[in-house]
Design a protein around this ligand. Structure first.
Ligand code: 2BA
Length: 109
């Protein structure tokens, strides 16, 4: 058995978990925060049999989209200046960041 851990953007979380449920995959949604942007995202936990990992990843790929975001970065060499000028940088966030791990035991108590 495997545990699929998928970090998705909040905008895609409902669509992804609904599509997973429609295909018979249970998931748990956790509210999470990205360490780089410090903005909210959603972590999905999906426990599946080994041979189902591909199907789960395909559902996540089809429901989670990449989006461009612009962040303001401080210019290098600011120590030499009185102010802290910034410049915009575009980054691509998502679709889904997916980890697949082995599960030792799955217990429903
Ligand atoms: P954040 O950490 O908030 O990162 C959001 C986006 O910022 C990333 O999108 C990436 O495009 C950019 N980014 C992150 N760190 C960067 C850096 N050091 N320099 C330049 N750009 C950087 P994604 O790669 O799609 O990641 C989306 C979210 O997935 C991340 O949100 C984080 O919550 C999670 N994530 C991504 N990689 C991870 C990893 N190796 N371990 C744990 N969580 C991860």
């Amino acid at each position: 058995m495997k545990l699929v851990i998928a970090i998705v953007q909040d905008q895609d979380a409902a669509k992804a978990s609904t599509a997973l449920a429609s295909s018979g995959f249970q998931s748990t949604r956790l509210a999470s925060t990205g360490g780089f942007l410090h903005s909210g995202n959603t972590t999905l936990l999906i426990g599946v049999e080994n041979e189902q990992v591909g199907s789960v990843c395909n559902i996540l790929k089809s429901t989670c989209q990449a989006r461009s975001k612009t962040i303001n970065t401080v210019l290098p060499m600011v120590d030499a200046l009185d102010s802290f000028p910034t410049y915009p940088v575009d980054i691509i966030v998502g679709g889904a960041t997916i980890f697949v791990t082995d599960v030792d035991q799955f217990i429903r108590a």
